[in-house]
Design a binder for this molecule. Sequence first.
Ligand SMILES: Cc1cc2nc3c(=O)[nH]c(=O)nc-3n(C[C@H](O)[C@H](O)[C@H](O)COP(=O)(O)OP(=O)(O)OC[C@H]3O[C@@H](n4cnc5c(N)ncnc54)[C@H](O)[C@@H]3O)c2cc1C
Length: 389
Amino acid sequence: MAMQVVIAGGGMVGAAAALALARQGAQVTLVEALAELPAVGGVPLRVSALNPQTLNFLERLGILAGLRECGFHPYSQLQVSEGEGPVACFSAAEQGAAQLGAFVANDSVQDLLWQALQSLANVRLLRPARVTAVANGASGVTVSLDGGESIDADLLIGAEGGLSAVRQLAGIGVDGWDYHQSCLALTVRLEQEAGDTTWQCFTPTGPRAYLPLWEQWASLVWYDRPLALQSAMRLDDEALATAVRAAWPRPLPPCAIERRALFPLKRQQSQRYVKQRVVVVGDAAHLISPLAGLGANLGFADVMLLVEALAGGDIDAALKRYGCWRWPQNLAVMTAMDLCYGLFGSDQPLLRQLRGSLLGVLGQCEPLRQLGMGLASKALEQRGPFAGR
Ligand SMILES: Cc1cc2nc3c(=O)[nH]c(=O)nc-3n(C[C@H](O)[C@H](O)[C@H](O)COP(=O)(O)OP(=O)(O)OC[C@H]3O[C@@H](n4cnc5c(N)ncnc54)[C@H](O)[C@@H]3O)c2cc1C
């Protein structure tokens, strides 16, 4: 009999899990709290830098071609600097690749995944709906929904983001802390094409980033103290544009602000990813600072590993492998990010000098840059018994 899976949360990660498992023959129920998914095609707001491994996964899911048509922009260069100090450039060409990754509109990814799900007979889409109770057992799980329905399933996947109800109902705790920083994401309309270089510049109060998007759109990401950004949020578009220029350490092309959203930054790791027949993926499992553009990539990597493990047919063995491999992998990436955050977020003179020298050496020494990028992509690679399958 087909495996019965309930997935709570139909964001990018939950919907990808639903599609991949349904294609593998599972009977899937996807439970999403929103009555309507966010509209696509307008001015983008939530965007993500996806790495080649994730893009490859989206291609295997059959949505990459559609995505290229509606909110997709490859980038081939990344520049990192501090204030007006040396700039370290990392390019796709140095890696022998055409691109380092691509910026995508989150809503478009979600929309395309839902469209693909709608055509599958072995998928039930419930929206709006929420999980209200979980009776978890060694060989199955009973999931109660707010509409009164109760579903007996082999597996319940929590993918509802950082506040995951499934994680809480299953009694899975979290460890983490507040970064005491927020990030203001701004979508701007440029007077020219956005180019294919993304850059991040560190300042004493937090990094500033420029993300080139499709057509004449770009995203500016401003990391700073929460109070400073709350004040900026209250400004009208023109005053905000002036504040942005004052806060930006590098000159920006002429642009007009079209959309904005403020996000508190939190680091969170579930104490475990698996408890009997409940499993968490994506932001429900881990929250990481958006600085390195990793959160969604880690979430998709969770799904890739889980789905490949479940293909073996032994659910308990698959869950054991998922928990044993993904938990430490994600922790290692989060810890490495925290070290970077500590190095670049500190205003101590010694650390300032150290990072200035580091960026200076990286900027001038191509072999070292290549080694750095090689190590970074190795660290993010999906490792474990399913790698390369
Ligand atoms: C400013 C910013 C920039 C970022 N940039 C990048 C980047 O460049 N690259 C990258 O890889 N990552 C990036 N991230 C992280 C990335 O956005 C997240 O990791 C990713 O969106 C998580 O997807 P998810 O599907 O796990 O969770 P979510 O996107 O939070 O989706 C959760 C879904 O569950 C639904 N839901 C919520 N509660 C319930 C419930 N009780 N029952 C049912 N459904 C529910 C929600 O409506 C939603 O549809 C960034 C994050 C931020 C804040």
